[in-house]
Design a protein around this ligand. Sequence first.
Ligand SMILES: C[C@H](CCC[C@H](C)C(=O)SCCNC(=O)CCNC(=O)[C@H](O)C(C)(C)COP(=O)(O)OP(=O)(O)OC[C@H]1O[C@@H](n2cnc3c(N)ncnc32)[C@H](O)[C@@H]1OP(=O)(O)O)[C@H]1CC[C@H]2[C@@H]3[C@H](O)C[C@@H]4C[C@H](O)CC[C@]4(C)[C@H]3C[C@H](O)[C@]12C
Length: 421
Amino acid sequence: MSDAKHKRQYDNVEARGRRTNRESCQVITYRWKTGCQENMALAGVQVIELAGLAPAPFCGMILADFGARVIRVDRTKVAMAMDTQARGKQSVALNLKKPQGVAVLRKLCVQSDVVIEPFRKGVMEKLGLGPEELLKENPRLIYARLTGFGQTGSYAQSAGHDINYLAISGLLSMLGRSSEKPYAPLNLVADFAGGGLMCAMGIVLALLERTRSGKGQVIDSSMVEGAAYVGSFMWKSRNIGLWNRPRGENLLDSGAPFYDTYQTSDGKHMAVGALEPQFYDQFVKGLGLDPSDLPPQMSFSDWPELKRIFTRTFATKTQAEWSRIFDGTDACVTPVLPLDEVQSHPHNKERGSFLKDAQGEVSPRPAPVLSRTPADPCLSRDPIIGEHTRSVLEEFGYGADEIEQLLSSGAVECNKFKSRM
Ligand SMILES: C[C@H](CCC[C@H](C)C(=O)SCCNC(=O)CCNC(=O)[C@H](O)C(C)(C)COP(=O)(O)OP(=O)(O)OC[C@H]1O[C@@H](n2cnc3c(N)ncnc32)[C@H](O)[C@@H]1OP(=O)(O)O)[C@H]1CC[C@H]2[C@@H]3[C@H](O)C[C@@H]4C[C@H](O)CC[C@]4(C)[C@H]3C[C@H](O)[C@]12C
């Protein structure tokens, strides 16, 4: 796909008059010049994302991947954007410590569908940009507040990161190997699954509901609760005995020998998920073991012995050899791929599950795949901070003189991309 096709260009600003106040009565609908974005599920939705650390940028990228226009509001005087999830976004640099900067942000929010704010509770209110103020001016606004602990409760004002949210959700206590301390699986669960992704779902739900009510609403997206909700299976399967044993000694937490990873002779690993008896039989067969020599699959007391047998067996062949044995079977055994081998794995290659952007960076294709209106992510380079300040301000009705005033007061900043060529 050509770069030009993917370049987000917005023209034809359509004002849909709805309210009395002249300035706030415009909700801008953007039409993509290229046409391809028009078909995406979130085409026409305009999002203001206040720059944050990891979860909010992911939330914004999901929305952009599925066709929303996402304008990220960055700080001024920042050397480099820290947003590694900037695909398809534009950047406007505002100094929110200046009243003029706050006024610009207000105007952006009043003319948009969604605002995502990733700050500590109370920060937006201090700026006079709390939900009460903004929803008064734009009752259709979806105001998404993505925090660790939520907007209420005694931790609401406290700093924290993924590992803290995971801890308070209860999930961290369940993660880790037997006799070891709890272990956080990168920052995947709270920041991304319970945070960015859950917040994106909240936004899409609120957009859907708005088609009926015509009203926006506030989303209190707490990563503690999002992570806990993602863990519902764990909570609600306790009564069937799945988690009766100590951490790391259960069926799905690396306790079971048939649900674990094993090292191969070349120092790589295979993942085994042979839970059901019919798949377990194929697994044992693939290993070349005689089932009658092995203890029963579900004999907990024999699990350590089974692990030793499987460990010894996997160590006799390379990852490629084991893959050849198990590929095409129902043994539920797969190679553990390092990131640099994922794109070239035949299955991923056949589905085009990973994409390469203009910077040569490989990353996952947006999921899930919608049959009529699939995501068509922007493959152009990421924006630099303040790259779109001027064009966005112009679109939102600022004249040349006003922009110059904002620039000279330091309330906004414009930067140009300099090619290294
Ligand atoms: C990659 C690392 C990130 C990992 C993710 C990590 C594991 C997470 O869990 S992210 C989830 C964090 N939690 C939340 O997002 C929950 C909600 N937010 C909060 O609770 C808080 O925001 C906070 C705790 C995250 C941060 O608190 P803080 O006190 O800093 O901020 P707030 O209270 O929210 O207030 C914000 C203030 O800012 C003002 N503001 C906002 N916008 C503007 C603006 N446009 N203009 C002016 N002012 C603005 C706002 O008004 C508030 O002001 P007041 O306080 O006066 O009210 C990365 C994590 C650290 C990185 C490294 C680090 O940065 C150092 C290096 C930097 C270098 O450039 C690059 C290398 C680094 C090593 C860098 C590398 C990585 O990026 C990190 C490791």
